[in-house]
Write a new protein. Structure first.
Length: 149
């Protein structure tokens, strides 16, 4: 595991499940799905196309705080669009930088106009921690004379 690894490696490890809502779904329906799947964001898709992203943050800021009804408000009214995306070949470190600079927590991975997975900030942090632990282990082995070579 390295920071230079492509994010496709993270998707291989975590899986490629994609949860989404339609733009005409009610916010209530979308929040139910977030709760059921224990996730923080849904893609907004129609006819296989990525239109936007909807998160718990959007719900809190654009529905709850504005006194709107989640049953009457449609996902398309509060989704974020356009969506920042990356490709499976983009490096873990570059994706972390994109998420940090853009202040986002979820990043769809798109290949040839098809969504192939979604990365969360937690996915990237876990990968980075594992990469650092692996590097420390190799250094300890080297110092102890166990390093092959």
């Amino acid at each position: 595991m390295r920071l230079e690894d492509p994010v496709s490696k993270i998707l291989q490890k975590k899986g490629r499940d994609i949860w989404y809502a339609g733009p005409e779904d009610s916010v209530y329906t979308a929040v139910e799905l977030l709760s059921t799947k224990n996730i923080g964001a849904l893609l907004v898709m129609a006819e296989g196309r990525l239109l936007g992203i909807f998160s718990e943050r959007d719900y809190a800021r654009k529905v709850v705080l504005k006194g709107k009804s989640s049953r009457q408000t449609l996902v398309r009214e509060i989704m974020i669009s356009p969506v920042i995306t990356v490709s499976p070949q983009d490096e873990v470190q570059a994706c972390m930088q994109i998420m940090t600079e853009s202040r986002i927590r979820h990043l769809p991975v798109v290949h040839e106009d098809q969504v192939v997975g979604v990365l969360s900030i937690g996915d990237l942090v876990n990968w980075i921690i594992s990469a650092q632990e692996e590097a420390i282990h190799h250094l300890e082995d080297y110092i102890a004379g166990k390093y092959p070579g």
